[in-house]
Design a protein around this ligand. Sequence first.
Ligand code: ADP
Ligand code: G6P
Length: 736
Amino acid sequence: MAKTIIISNRLPVQLQINNGSINAIPSVGGLATGMKSVHSGSESLWIGWSGLTDEDTPPELEDAIDKALKENGCAKVKLNAQEVDGFYFGFSNRTVWPLFHYFLKYSEFELDFWNTYKAVNQKFADAIIEKSDEDDTIWVHDYQLMLVPQMVREKRPNTSIGFFLHIPFPSYEIFRTLPWREEILEGLLGSDLIGFHTYDYERHFLSSVRRLLGLEVSFNEIYLDNRVIKVDSFPMGIDYKKFRDAALVQVERKQDNRSDLQQRLDDHKASAPDTKLILSIDRLDYSKGIAKRINAFEYFLNKYPEYKEKVRLIILAVPSRSNVPQYQLLKKEIDELVGRINGELSTVNWTPIWYFYRSLPFENLIDLYTSSDIAWLTPLRDGMNLVAKEYIATRTDKSGVLILSEMAGSAYEMNEALLINPNNFEQQADTLHQAITMPLEEQQSRNTFLQKRLERYNVEVWANEFMSALNQKKTAGHAYISQKITNEYLNTISKEYSDSSKRLLFLDYDGTLAGFHKDPQKALPDEELYALLDQLHNQKDTTLFLISGRDKQTFGRWFLPKKYNMIVEHGVWISKDGEDFKLLENVKSDWMEKIKPVLESFVDRTPGSFIEEKNYSMAWHYRNTDPDFGEKRATELNTVLTSLIGNDDISVLNGNKVMEVKSSNVNKGRAAVRMLGEDDYDFVFAIGDDWTDEFMFQELPNSAITVKVGLKKTQAKYHVENTKRVRELLKRFAKP
Ligand code: ADP
Ligand code: G6P
């Protein structure tokens, strides 16, 4: 039976060896805590690092380790200390983590880190290949393993691979600073589906793909030669029921069955019933804004001194990545800050901050969530922040106020929380005041909305949505896309070709017979192409037409001496057997002088774009502009032109990075059909790559073989991947 293979650096349990025996302790962090609920109970294997290095592991314990992991549905990838240093503490947490969280200054670009990252990613990929079957679904997680999808794809071209990034994907301006940016993108593009927490991260990723790899992106799909990759946002949820149920049990537990921590919290509440408890829980990470939060707390106490002795801030910071220098510095900074503020403000009855630097069992986490009046989470950047969701889920009586940074992914879905900018102390102090004084009804009304959403879109729904999007891609393929011309089908068409007695071929030029060039005038036909076209043109009983949007001067120069038949400017002009071009359609051109200034104003405002003036049409090319900006301008131009031309007999065509204005009664389809009527053909073939070729695909009779170049949506019956495949196909016709 096909399995799901989950793969991440961090497994849901971490192994520790104490006096020769192995302990499995639950992992901290959003990925592990969230995915754990999806993993248990399903038919899946989770592959990752056990938390132990080879050096920490006595060989005689290997089997026991495998057994302990197996009991948790896991299997290990073995890493030695040097690998953990370069891959985990190095590239993952000293290069990618700071960069993706916009801490550009902390990001270190070390070649050694990168080389180890690549080697360790290969180890993970090899483990997947070894432990999975061809029909298993592979789900790769997070920034530590961004090269794995492509590494697996190379060995398993047909396996379904999903990737989810649990941290932000930064804007192109940040991402482009990474020396290995192309390799990272290419690694990710080995996936079939790439998921992010928010639409913003998705948008940043697509922008980088477009700008750095120059790939075609349409809505949320990326087009490679032979595959389409889907990109989407899936905001991760929590195991709502687990937190809710734990809170219900906790609230109803009798006094003497309560944990020590809970009893201390209860005592505190009893002795100071007016005091509000403000809670913050994070891994000790600079992205979480802990130092800023403490400073903002001091600011609040100075601005609203009446709350001294009336509020207490509980900071639970979980030790994390402590071999990384920035984390060590942060630890020192927080220790000092807490010490200073407590030293300056404490009274006999009151310590403003309770600071815990440790990991706590789940039960204590629930104690803290249920006992605190306010949760105050101020990350400077956070992919999602599950703590915010967990706090709300534990509020069984719907009381409690969540103050959440706008910079957390979860803020997008938690509008009813009090959202703040963590850099704005004035706003934070006022928001704390608002939270402390918020009437219970308002708290309950806000939390009712929040809880409903969290309950509905829980982690299981999140994982199911991701998996079903991945499976859909696998089963449906590209239903709307035409059928691929396989080698087998190529044999069939070639046979039909040679068996026929009169053949008519329509071949588009740019993007079909030749690739694109920054300067269209430089996309010259090469010798191989001439030789191929000569063969087809000279073949008995074959009528070949080059059919293009190009102007007659250029095609005249390139192909007239060869006497190929040509239809140019989308069907305005025709030349047969080397004769001069003649008008194929009666077209007007008086509109052109009105449109030209509009196009010129777009050229002025869009660097890299230019106008191509043909005899009966005008084209605005934007291939060389900034891709996002070019698309934006193209949409704008489309709106302007459509409103300008009104009911006139002219229309706007959106080609491949070109927008063309021309007479409506001219198109390639109409021209092709006219040629078809001139003789009795029993083999009709048309091939092209863009929107303007769709007219041919639509208007030629059903018996025609119509072929799209590329994987875009089309009316053609078949497709081939690229211009190289077009030539292979035509070579078969040339020598049937
Ligand atoms: P991140 O993934 O960056 O650490 P999140 O807020 O998304 O941040 O996830 C943190 C997860 O770790 C939460 O599920 C939380 O319950 C868990 N966690 C945080 N602190 C502790 C702790 N002291 N002990 C156990 N689990 C913790
Ligand atoms: C974040 C990352 C996870 C990581 C977790 C804990 O949630 O997205 O990939 O597992 O932090 O960090 P750690 O370095 O301890 O695995």
